[in-house]
Design a protein around this ligand. Structure first.
Ligand SMILES: [Zn+2]
Length: 267
Protein backbone atom coordinates (compact mmCIF):
# COMPACT_ATOMS: atom_id res chain seq x y z
CA UNK A 1 0.00 0.00 0.00
CA UNK A 2 1.58 3.34 -1.00
CA UNK A 3 2.44 5.80 1.74
CA UNK A 4 5.06 6.73 4.33
CA UNK A 5 6.08 4.39 7.10
CA UNK A 6 8.80 4.27 9.72
CA UNK A 7 10.84 1.20 10.53
CA UNK A 8 14.09 0.26 12.20
CA UNK A 9 16.20 -1.97 9.98
CA UNK A 10 19.59 -3.50 9.25
CA UNK A 11 21.02 -3.04 5.76
CA UNK A 12 21.79 -6.52 4.46
CA UNK A 13 22.87 -5.51 0.97
CA UNK A 14 23.64 -2.29 -0.83
CA UNK A 15 24.41 -2.06 -4.53
CA UNK A 16 24.81 0.79 -6.99
CA UNK A 17 21.72 1.60 -8.96
CA UNK A 18 21.46 3.97 -11.93
CA UNK A 19 23.63 7.11 -11.88
CA UNK A 20 23.67 8.17 -8.26
CA UNK A 21 21.28 5.84 -6.43
CA UNK A 22 21.66 2.68 -4.40
CA UNK A 23 19.37 -0.27 -4.06
CA UNK A 24 19.21 -1.71 -0.56
CA UNK A 25 17.91 -4.94 0.93
CA UNK A 26 16.83 -4.06 4.46
CA UNK A 27 15.69 -6.43 7.17
CA UNK A 28 13.28 -4.34 9.21
CA UNK A 29 12.03 -5.16 12.64
CA UNK A 30 8.35 -4.54 11.93
CA UNK A 31 7.90 -4.57 8.15
CA UNK A 32 9.85 -7.63 7.11
CA UNK A 33 12.59 -7.77 4.50
CA UNK A 34 12.25 -5.19 1.78
CA UNK A 35 14.07 -3.63 -1.16
CA UNK A 36 14.40 0.11 -1.16
CA UNK A 37 15.97 2.74 -3.38
CA UNK A 38 18.07 5.53 -1.92
CA UNK A 39 17.99 8.35 -4.43
CA UNK A 40 21.08 10.49 -4.99
CA UNK A 41 22.99 8.78 -2.18
CA UNK A 42 26.21 8.57 -4.18
CA UNK A 43 26.38 12.36 -4.50
CA UNK A 44 29.02 13.70 -2.09
CA UNK A 45 26.70 15.62 0.18
CA UNK A 46 23.81 13.20 0.53
CA UNK A 47 22.48 13.11 4.07
CA UNK A 48 21.40 9.51 3.54
CA UNK A 49 24.94 8.23 3.04
CA UNK A 50 25.88 7.02 6.52
CA UNK A 51 22.75 5.25 7.60
CA UNK A 52 22.28 3.35 4.37
CA UNK A 53 25.67 1.60 4.27
CA UNK A 54 25.71 -2.17 4.33
CA UNK A 55 25.72 -3.51 7.94
CA UNK A 56 24.19 -0.38 9.42
CA UNK A 57 21.28 -0.42 11.78
CA UNK A 58 19.16 2.66 11.23
CA UNK A 59 15.78 4.15 11.76
CA UNK A 60 14.26 4.69 8.34
CA UNK A 61 11.40 6.64 6.91
CA UNK A 62 10.28 4.80 3.78
CA UNK A 63 7.90 5.79 1.10
CA UNK A 64 6.21 2.70 -0.28
CA UNK A 65 5.78 3.11 -4.03
CA UNK A 66 3.88 0.75 -6.29
CA UNK A 67 6.78 -1.66 -6.69
CA UNK A 68 9.78 -0.49 -4.64
CA UNK A 69 10.08 1.50 -1.44
CA UNK A 70 12.20 4.66 -1.30
CA UNK A 71 14.27 5.75 1.68
CA UNK A 72 13.32 9.34 2.39
CA UNK A 73 15.10 9.78 5.75
CA UNK A 74 17.36 7.73 7.96
CA UNK A 75 19.01 8.05 11.32
CA UNK A 76 21.92 5.78 12.26
CA UNK A 77 21.50 3.66 15.38
CA UNK A 78 24.61 1.50 15.13
CA UNK A 79 27.33 1.22 12.50
CA UNK A 80 28.94 -1.76 14.31
CA UNK A 81 32.28 0.04 14.32
CA UNK A 82 34.38 -2.80 15.84
CA UNK A 83 33.39 -5.07 12.93
CA UNK A 84 34.62 -2.62 10.32
CA UNK A 85 38.15 -2.48 11.74
CA UNK A 86 38.84 -6.20 11.66
CA UNK A 87 38.71 -8.32 8.51
CA UNK A 88 37.90 -11.52 10.38
CA UNK A 89 35.01 -10.01 12.32
CA UNK A 90 33.76 -8.32 9.17
CA UNK A 91 33.80 -11.63 7.28
CA UNK A 92 31.71 -13.21 10.03
CA UNK A 93 29.34 -10.25 10.02
CA UNK A 94 28.69 -10.85 6.30
CA UNK A 95 28.12 -14.49 7.14
CA UNK A 96 25.42 -13.69 9.73
CA UNK A 97 23.84 -11.29 7.24
CA UNK A 98 23.84 -13.98 4.54
CA UNK A 99 22.06 -16.39 6.88
CA UNK A 100 19.44 -13.80 7.87
CA UNK A 101 18.92 -12.93 4.21
CA UNK A 102 18.48 -16.60 3.35
CA UNK A 103 16.05 -17.31 6.17
CA UNK A 104 13.67 -14.37 5.80
CA UNK A 105 11.64 -14.24 2.60
CA UNK A 106 10.83 -10.87 0.97
CA UNK A 107 7.90 -9.22 2.71
CA UNK A 108 7.95 -11.70 5.57
CA UNK A 109 7.97 -10.16 9.06
CA UNK A 110 10.34 -12.00 11.36
CA UNK A 111 11.11 -9.93 14.41
CA UNK A 112 12.89 -12.78 16.18
CA UNK A 113 15.36 -13.11 13.30
CA UNK A 114 15.84 -9.35 13.25
CA UNK A 115 16.71 -9.32 16.95
CA UNK A 116 18.96 -12.34 16.55
CA UNK A 117 20.91 -10.52 13.85
CA UNK A 118 21.08 -7.30 15.86
CA UNK A 119 22.43 -9.08 18.94
CA UNK A 120 24.67 -11.36 16.90
CA UNK A 121 26.37 -8.38 15.25
CA UNK A 122 26.81 -6.72 18.64
CA UNK A 123 28.31 -9.91 20.11
CA UNK A 124 30.68 -10.22 17.14
CA UNK A 125 32.27 -6.93 18.17
CA UNK A 126 33.51 -8.38 21.44
CA UNK A 127 33.46 -12.19 21.49
CA UNK A 128 35.30 -14.90 19.58
CA UNK A 129 33.73 -14.71 16.09
CA UNK A 130 33.56 -18.49 15.52
CA UNK A 131 31.69 -18.96 18.80
CA UNK A 132 29.24 -16.18 17.91
CA UNK A 133 28.69 -17.77 14.50
CA UNK A 134 27.94 -21.20 16.02
CA UNK A 135 25.51 -19.66 18.52
CA UNK A 136 23.87 -17.70 15.72
CA UNK A 137 23.48 -20.81 13.55
CA UNK A 138 22.13 -22.88 16.45
CA UNK A 139 19.54 -20.23 17.31
CA UNK A 140 18.57 -19.76 13.68
CA UNK A 141 17.83 -23.48 13.47
CA UNK A 142 15.80 -23.20 16.64
CA UNK A 143 13.82 -20.25 15.29
CA UNK A 144 13.06 -22.24 12.17
CA UNK A 145 11.80 -25.09 14.35
CA UNK A 146 14.72 -27.21 13.17
CA UNK A 147 16.76 -27.63 16.33
CA UNK A 148 18.32 -31.08 15.97
CA UNK A 149 17.46 -34.03 18.18
CA UNK A 150 20.68 -34.63 20.08
CA UNK A 151 19.78 -36.46 23.29
CA UNK A 152 18.54 -39.63 21.55
CA UNK A 153 18.46 -41.14 18.06
CA UNK A 154 16.47 -38.81 15.77
CA UNK A 155 15.05 -41.76 13.84
CA UNK A 156 14.19 -44.52 16.33
CA UNK A 157 14.39 -42.46 19.57
CA UNK A 158 16.83 -45.13 20.76
CA UNK A 159 19.66 -44.53 23.15
CA UNK A 160 23.00 -43.24 21.87
CA UNK A 161 24.92 -46.03 23.54
CA UNK A 162 28.42 -45.86 24.88
CA UNK A 163 30.71 -42.93 25.51
CA UNK A 164 32.25 -42.75 22.08
CA UNK A 165 31.64 -40.28 19.31
CA UNK A 166 28.13 -39.49 18.16
CA UNK A 167 27.06 -39.57 14.52
CA UNK A 168 24.94 -36.61 13.42
CA UNK A 169 23.23 -36.47 10.04
CA UNK A 170 21.49 -33.32 8.79
CA UNK A 171 19.10 -35.43 6.72
CA UNK A 172 17.87 -37.26 9.81
CA UNK A 173 17.39 -34.12 11.88
CA UNK A 174 19.89 -35.05 14.55
CA UNK A 175 21.94 -37.82 16.12
CA UNK A 176 21.86 -41.46 15.01
CA UNK A 177 22.20 -44.62 17.07
CA UNK A 178 24.56 -47.32 15.70
CA UNK A 179 21.61 -49.28 14.22
CA UNK A 180 20.27 -46.32 12.25
CA UNK A 181 23.60 -45.17 10.86
CA UNK A 182 24.64 -45.47 7.24
CA UNK A 183 21.41 -44.59 5.39
CA UNK A 184 20.92 -40.90 6.07
CA UNK A 185 23.40 -39.27 3.72
CA UNK A 186 26.37 -37.47 5.10
CA UNK A 187 27.17 -38.10 8.74
CA UNK A 188 29.42 -36.10 11.02
CA UNK A 189 31.15 -37.86 13.87
CA UNK A 190 31.47 -35.58 16.87
CA UNK A 191 32.53 -35.98 20.46
CA UNK A 192 30.08 -35.97 23.37
CA UNK A 193 31.53 -32.63 24.40
CA UNK A 194 30.48 -31.09 21.08
CA UNK A 195 26.95 -32.42 21.50
CA UNK A 196 26.80 -30.89 24.97
CA UNK A 197 28.15 -27.57 23.71
CA UNK A 198 25.57 -27.51 20.90
CA UNK A 199 22.83 -28.01 23.48
CA UNK A 200 24.27 -25.16 25.52
CA UNK A 201 24.37 -22.89 22.48
CA UNK A 202 20.66 -23.56 21.98
CA UNK A 203 19.91 -22.39 25.49
CA UNK A 204 22.40 -19.71 26.47
CA UNK A 205 21.74 -16.07 25.88
CA UNK A 206 24.32 -13.68 24.52
CA UNK A 207 25.52 -12.37 27.87
CA UNK A 208 26.24 -15.90 29.11
CA UNK A 209 28.05 -16.75 25.90
CA UNK A 210 30.96 -14.68 27.21
CA UNK A 211 31.51 -17.17 29.99
CA UNK A 212 31.30 -20.26 27.82
CA UNK A 213 34.69 -21.93 27.57
CA UNK A 214 34.94 -24.19 24.55
CA UNK A 215 38.05 -26.07 23.59
CA UNK A 216 39.32 -25.60 20.03
CA UNK A 217 38.78 -29.24 19.10
CA UNK A 218 35.06 -29.04 19.87
CA UNK A 219 34.80 -25.71 18.06
CA UNK A 220 36.38 -27.37 15.02
CA UNK A 221 33.78 -30.14 15.06
CA UNK A 222 30.88 -27.76 15.59
CA UNK A 223 32.26 -25.50 12.85
CA UNK A 224 31.60 -28.31 10.41
CA UNK A 225 28.38 -29.86 11.61
CA UNK A 226 26.21 -26.86 12.58
CA UNK A 227 26.75 -24.97 9.29
CA UNK A 228 26.16 -28.25 7.41
CA UNK A 229 22.81 -28.55 9.17
CA UNK A 230 21.83 -25.04 8.25
CA UNK A 231 22.93 -25.44 4.63
CA UNK A 232 21.01 -28.67 4.35
CA UNK A 233 17.77 -27.03 5.45
CA UNK A 234 18.29 -23.80 3.53
CA UNK A 235 19.15 -25.99 0.54
CA UNK A 236 22.02 -23.73 -0.46
CA UNK A 237 25.68 -23.16 0.16
CA UNK A 238 26.47 -20.22 2.40
CA UNK A 239 29.01 -18.44 0.26
CA UNK A 240 30.59 -16.31 3.00
CA UNK A 241 31.84 -19.50 4.63
CA UNK A 242 34.35 -19.96 1.85
CA UNK A 243 35.79 -16.53 2.49
CA UNK A 244 35.96 -17.16 6.23
CA UNK A 245 37.90 -20.35 5.53
CA UNK A 246 40.17 -18.53 3.13
CA UNK A 247 41.27 -16.09 5.79
CA UNK A 248 41.64 -18.95 8.30
CA UNK A 249 38.79 -17.60 10.37
CA UNK A 250 36.65 -20.63 11.11
CA UNK A 251 39.39 -22.28 13.03
CA UNK A 252 38.92 -21.38 16.65
CA UNK A 253 42.57 -20.52 17.21
CA UNK A 254 42.83 -18.85 13.81
CA UNK A 255 45.80 -21.01 12.92
CA UNK A 256 44.74 -22.50 9.62
CA UNK A 257 42.24 -24.58 7.72
CA UNK A 258 39.52 -26.73 9.24
CA UNK A 259 40.01 -30.36 10.02
CA UNK A 260 38.72 -32.85 7.49
CA UNK A 261 35.17 -34.01 8.13
CA UNK A 262 34.48 -37.48 9.45
CA UNK A 263 32.61 -39.64 6.98
CA UNK A 264 30.17 -42.40 7.76
CA UNK A 265 31.16 -45.86 6.61
CA UNK A 266 30.16 -46.40 3.03
CA UNK A 267 29.44 -42.76 2.15
ZN1 LIG B 1 18.19 -45.22 15.83
Amino acid sequence: MPGLFQAEGIVLKSRDYQETDRLLTVLTRTHGKLEAIVKGVRKPRSSLRNGTQQLCRSRFLFYAGKSLATVTQCEVQDIYGPLRQDLKRLAYAYYLVEIADGVVMPGQVNEAMYLLLQHGLEALGELEPALVARAFEARTLKLLGLAPRLEACALCQGELKGNGRVAIAPASGGALCPECRGHQGREYLVSRGSVKTWQQLNRLNWSYLKRLQVNPLLMGELGEVIPAFLEYYLDRRLRSRAFINEIGGDNFDGAGKNRPVAQAPGT
